[in-house]
Ligand binder design. Sequence first.
Ligand code: SF4
Ligand code: F3S
Length: 86
Amino acid sequence: AYVITQPCIGTKDASCVDVCPVDCIHPGPGEDGYDEHEQLYINPDECIDCGACEPACPVTAIFEESAVPAEWKQWIKINADFFQGA
Ligand code: SF4
Ligand code: F3S
């Protein structure tokens, strides 16, 4: 699945939402609970790996799971956890 990482925080451009063919990108609170850390999240169970969102993001926040930069690896779990129980 594709993953939204730290650069989305404070930007939330939402171009990714417009291009996603399965509507699996959703806004949510910061993973630490702070409203100022709100971002959007990709549901890994619904993402079909089409890749359309990646170039649509103006701040390069989106990466295929295996290509997430080392410093942002924790966002793989953060995205998945957001949809737990949803
Ligand atoms: Fe949606 Fe495709 Fe991005 Fe997955 S890779 S979140 S299906 S646009
Ligand atoms: Fe965030 Fe980029 Fe989408 S800033 S809302 S991941 S287009």
